[in-house]
Design a protein around this ligand. Structure first.
Ligand SMILES: *[C@@H]1O[C@H](CO)[C@@H](O)[C@H](O)[C@H]1NC(C)=O
Ligand SMILES: *[C@@H]1O[C@H](CO)[C@@H](O)[C@H](O)[C@H]1NC(C)=O
Ligand SMILES: *[C@@H]1O[C@H](CO)[C@@H](O)[C@H](O)[C@H]1NC(C)=O
Ligand SMILES: *[C@@H]1O[C@H](CO)[C@@H](O)[C@H](O)[C@H]1NC(C)=O
Ligand SMILES: *[C@@H]1O[C@H](CO)[C@@H](O)[C@H](O)[C@H]1NC(C)=O
Ligand SMILES: *[C@@H]1O[C@H](CO)[C@@H](O)[C@H](O)[C@H]1NC(C)=O
Length: 515
């Protein structure tokens, strides 16, 4: 009998405590964005309460900010002063409500750069799934200032205020959470990218993984981004995606992952984002990807800027991996098309439609015997390193760093010699013969009605000088176009024919149509 009131009191206390808290992605060991931006911190409290947010280093108070609680669910939000990198700090929130004072203390909070890692299963592959996994996991202890966070896999029909669940609360890297399980946490590409940054920059790096395998770009796009490409929301069908060698297929409905896994994060101040996605779009609206992907970047940038009250750069650096390979014997699938569309059809980044972006080429990193299916190559070290080169140049302004493979600058056709000269923008490292990696769209005759018949034919190439490749088209009376590496699996592992002398970076896929 006497236990009833006690039980009631306990319930009341628990529910009262549950109201006052930080949002899901603030916790011990976290990294907040350093200056010049200001970190945004928010949480929940009782309506009508007063909340004070204090930042302390040891016993020194760095800042103390009182805020009001507002909105339907009782939310408070502060924008901290710009902070130099470093730590650890205490981040303390105190609620005063009807003379009751409740305090929450977050410990070991650091300032540094926060990167969001997004995409599908190739970003989701954990450190335990890649080559040299045990060596990689043993490195964890050397990077105590790289901090990891992973959002849970959730969908929603509406834009959520907060993550409904978290898979990995802010943590220090350990072998256990770098290799928690296949396609769980922590992302190998995200981690290796982050540890390179930490080693170079010598300050804390926060990595926020929000990823789901087998998902199309449309699932990660807001209604606004989709509408830019003529797509509109359809009622959610809880549709699973077409499953092609992905371990499992993720949700295919438009915006459902934007709603549940990205929208909640908009209120955090971030430095930038990296992205490894596109495999699913070889079978979902492939010909729209040259619109949907640039639209996602633009929309994420605008939204993170707005959601952080202007603190996240509206043009924040965005890095991505150009698709690797899928099936060696299937040259005619949409892999080359998506690779091309990933650059908004420019072939390289940054470009006028995709400013402040950087790309890691991966078509030379195929892995036919990957135990996770050939769509999941295990060399994530090279992928992450190439992203890191791009980040140094684009995100950190180190313009001496080579981060782009060679790209054609001019193409001169000499019909009288039956060849063309392709002049690249930098010195070439030719590693093998180029018998069939170039193709020309060639007319070798006319049909019954006198129309030219065009077809793609291999065009042998060689490099007579450091920046020029000469592509022969004997037997073609006219040519319409030339392309390079236009197939699912153009090269064996690290064996594409054309790399850069500076940095040994592969020449990306290329196509050019002539007038
Ligand atoms: C303050 O909290 C206590 C429990 O700690 C509770 O019994 C009391 O009702 C609260 N007071 C107000 C004014 O809410
Ligand atoms: C995108 O590519 C498709 C072919 O896949 C083409 O028809 C379309 O014009 C391109 N759109 C843009 C915006 O470049
Ligand atoms: C976070 O930002 C989004 C987008 O601007 C906004 O809709 C939402 O209300 C913000 N949430 C909080 C807690 O301020
Ligand atoms: C794995 O380790 C070996 C030996 O250190 C090294 O040669 C190789 O490049 C590493 N592989 C990757 C993908 O990093
Ligand atoms: C072939 O064309 C090029 C460029 O138009 C010209 O420079 C060259 O003299 C021509 N050679 C012959 C053998 O006609
Ligand atoms: C094509 O390029 C090579 C190497 O630079 C050069 O020697 C050759 O003269 C060029 N051909 C023409 C017709 O200009």
């Amino acid at each position: 009998m006497t236990t009833t009131p006690l039980l009631l009191l306990v319930l009341l206390l628990t529910s009262a405590d549950a109201v006052f808290r930080f949002a899901s992605y603030y916790g011990d060991h976290m990294v907040l964005q350093q200056k010049p931006a200001r970190a945004v911190v928010w949480g929940y409290a009782e309506m009508g309460a007063l909340v004070t947010v204090t930042l302390k280093r040891g016993i020194d108070t760095i800042s103390k900010t009182p805020v009001n609680v507002y909105g339907d669910v009782g939310v408070w939000k502060v924008v901290l002063d710009p902070m130099d990198y470093g730590g650890p700090y205490y981040l303390i929130a105190q609620q005063t409500f009807k003379n009751n004072i409740t305090t929450i203390v977050l410990e070991d909070v650091l300032f540094g750069d926060v990167w969001v890692c997004g995409g599908q299963s190739n970003m989701e592959m954990t450190v335990s799934q890649i080559f040299n996994a045990s060596q990689e996991m043993a490195l964890a202890a050397q990077y105590p200032y790289v901090r990891l966070f992973t959002a849970s896999l959730e969908t929603s029909d509406t834009e959520l205020l907060d993550l409904t669940k978290v898979d990995l609360e802010w943590s220090l890297p350990t072998p256990e959470n770098l290799g928690h399980g296949d396609f769980q946490y922590f992302s190998a590409v995200c981690w290796i990218f982050g540890r390179h940054l930490a080693q170079k920059l010598k300050y804390p790096i926060g990595l926020v993984e929000s990823v789901w395998g087998g998902t199309p770009v449309e699932a990660w796009s807001s209604k606004t981004a989709l509408s830019k490409c003529g797509l509109s929301l359809t009622p959610t069908e809880n549709k699973r995606c077409y499953n092609f060698m992905e371990r499992y297929a993720g949700p295919c409905d438009y915006s459902v992952l934007w709603n549940a896994m990205i929208h909640p994060l908009l209120n955090m101040t971030i430095k930038g984002a990296i992205w490894y996605q596109g495999e699913q779009n070889t079978v979902t609206n492939p010909s729209l990807y040259n619109c949907t992907f640039p639209a996602l970047i633009q929309d994420w940038r605008r939204s993170f800027h707005e959601g952080s009250l202007g603190q996240t750069d509206p043009n924040f650096p965005f890095g991505f991996v150009q698709l690797s390979t899928y099936i060696k014997t299937q040259p005619k699938d949409n892999y080359p098309l998506i690779r091309w569309h990933q650059t908004a059809d420019y072939g390289y980044t940054p470009n006028p439609k995709m400013p402040n972006t950087f790309m890691a080429v991966a078509m030379d990193l195929g892995d036919e015997s990957s135990p996770y299916g050939s769509v999941h190559p295990r060399d994530k070290q090279t992928v992450a390193y190439r992203l890191y080169l791009g980040a140094q140049a684009i995100a950190y302004g180190d313009h001496r760093i080579p981060f782009q493979g060679p790209f054609p600058e001019t193409v001169d056709i000499y019909y009288n010699y039956s060849y063309m000269n392709i002049t690249y923008n930098q010195e070439l490292l030719i590693t093998r013969t180029c018998d069939d990696i170039f193709e020309v769209l060639c007319s070798s005759g006319i049909d019954l009605y006198g129309e030219s018949l065009y077809s793609w034919v291999p065009a042998p190439a060689q490099s007579p000088s450091s920046k020029v490749v000469t592509v022969a088209f004997k037997g073609c009376s006219h040519i319409l176009a030339v392309r390079y590496a236009w197939s699912d699996w153009p090269c064996d592992y690290k064996q594409c024919p054309i790399y850069s002398v500076r940095g040994r970076l592969p020449a990306p896929i290329f196509v050019k149509y002539f007038e």
